[in-house]
Design a protein around this ligand. Structure first.
Ligand SMILES: [Zn+2]
Length: 211
């Protein structure tokens, strides 16, 4: 089986106004799919101990279900990104539905939590020019990644190999804040932090990384 830790370089060229890497010399940690009653608190505790600020691409229906956890993300100073309302594959959705998936997330977060969302990441990383246009019409930035670690496979050896081989100073790293990673997410984070310390890399804050 071939694993794609990095998107192929042609993809960077075609979708050049998508953010694939940070705009500075620091790495950015991103967490998709939360908030989750299984993992969010574990992650928040780790990040707080390590004084790391991350970008959480949340799912609207999960934020609605776990409002207190969602509030904790904001109050701990992390940044919230839009990962759609229902986490559907937008490639197969009609244009109006794509727009609704993105806008209804923003509306919920604005109305319930008084928070303005600036970043979008499509579910499964699947998008097309249509989605890209909607995101830019809404004055948001599309953020994908340069390092996908398959953290949900819960294989620490695989993570170590990938981190040693592919981690860069300006990596945008995707991790998952969902029930699939609950047993391994802290190990995964430790591997990333140890490797970045050894390589002399720094983890940055979302605003400085995505200027
Ligand atoms: Zn997702």
């Amino acid at each position: 089986m071939q694993l794609f830790y990095n998107p192929p370089s042609l993809v960077y060229k075609i979708f050049s106004n998508v953010l694939w890497k940070t705009n500075c010399d620091k790495m950015l940690l991103t967490f998709d799919d939360g908030p989750s009653t299984q993992t969010t608190e574990l992650i928040l505790k780790f990040l707080s101990n390590e004084k790391i600020k991350a970008l959480f691409f949340c799912v609207g229906k999960n934020a609605e279900y776990a409002k207190d956890l969602f509030r904790n993300l904001i109050s701990e100073g992390h940044t919230i990104g839009n990962h759609s309302f229902n986490h559907k594959n937008l490639i197969w959705s009609r244009k109006a539905q794509v727009r609704r998936e993105i806008e209804s997330f923003n509306d919920l977060i604005k109305n319930e939590f008084n928070y303005k969302v600036n970043y979008f990441r499509p579910p499964y990383g699947r998008f097309d020019f249509r989605t890209q246009k909607i995101v830019s019409d809404l004055n948001m930035k599309m953020v994908l990644w340069s390092l996908f670690l398959y953290d949900y496979k819960n294989d620490s050896n695989l993570i170590k190999l990938a981190v040693n081989k592919y981690l860069k100073r300006n990596s945008i790293i995707v991790l998952h804040d969902n029930q699939l990673t609950k047993n391994n997410i802290i190990d995964t984070l430790k591997i990333i932090c140890d490797a970045s310390a050894k390589k002399g890399f720094e983890i940055g804050e979302p605003a400085e990384c995505l200027r």
